[in-house]
Ligand binder design. Structure first.
Ligand SMILES: [Fe+2]
Length: 266
């Protein structure tokens, strides 16, 4: 049978990333066991990844002890893969920067970062508002994002931030989503090399669109959100009964393909 599709040998190698989110390390055994299971799974892969991205809420209360726990737990991952860490609303900028990134910038400034991995520019924006659950990208962050994308117009880009910029149909999360999302959409609209937006925060593997781009929300490591039709009246918006999960992203020729995996604990 003939086909016009190029064979695998003709096609460029994809950029392959793992995305984890919402570890909520709190010093207790449950969160650390779940995070350790996911880390062990990634360390045990027979193949390799171009990077591992963690989209926020790494700590639960933003204390030094929680970040020391996170640094220890994530160190083997950082030894094997480029590790990109983005803060969420449960994180605290100063200890996040000092303990996880070894940074010396002013503690209160937004933690924005860019890394080029296997021909893909990964831009991490800090959407946290200190002391608040909802998110917003500061004017300086939006300016930085605009300049960072403008500096490499031919490099495919992924933009990652903790807070989803759209409603996901989860009332609890939608109330604390990204504010002023139209300002982010305006920046993304100026840079056609942006392939997708990656988020966390919602503790659910969700796929939707934003600003004409795919938007992928990684599942939570610590817990899993329940949709309104899954929730018992008066009970929590999330469950710890589901296994921790992660997402693999494959980026090739301007298309993002995402695969979900759950990882049993113990
Ligand atoms: Fe969050």
């Amino acid at each position: 049978m003939s086909s016009d599709r190029p064979t695998a040998a003709d096609r460029p190698e994809p950029t392959v990333l793992a995305q984890l989110s919402d570890l909520h390390l709190d010093g207790g055994p449950r969160a650390s066991e779940r995070a350790r299971a996911v880390v062990s799974y990634l360390l045990g892969l027979p193949g390799t990844l171009d990077g591992v991205l963690v989209t926020g809420d790494i700590a639960d209360h933003g204390t030094d002890d929680e970040y020391r726990q996170a640094a220890k737990l994530l160190a083997p991952l950082a030894d094997r893969y480029p590790l990109l860490l983005c803060p969420g609303n449960h994180d605290a900028r100063e200890p996040f920067r000092r303990i996880l990134l070894g940074g010396h910038e002013p503690g209160g400034a937004a933690v924005n970062q860019v890394r080029d991995l296997a021909g893909t520019r990964v831009v991490l924006c800090d959407s946290s508002i200190p002391g608040r659950a909802e998110g917003r990208l500061e004017a300086q962050t939006l300016e930085w994002l605009d300049a960072t994308l403008a500096a490499a117009p031919h490099l495919p880009a992924l933009v990652a931030l903790h807070h989803p910029p759209v409603d996901l149909g989860l009332p609890y999360i939608d109330r604390i989503a990204l504010r002023e999302a139209d300002r982010l959409a305006a920046v993304l609209g100026r840079h056609p090399q942006v392939t997708a937006v990656l988020c966390g925060h919602a503790h659910t593997a969700a796929a939707t669109t934003f600003a004409g781009l795919p938007l992928v929300c990684a599942p939570g490591v610590a817990s899993t959100a329940l949709m309104p039709w899954e929730q018992e009246p008066g009970r929590s918006w999330k469950t710890e009964d589901a296994d921790p999960a992660l997402t693999f992203h494959l980026l090739r020729e301007g298309r993002l393909t995402s695969h979900q995996r759950t990882v049993p604990v113990g």
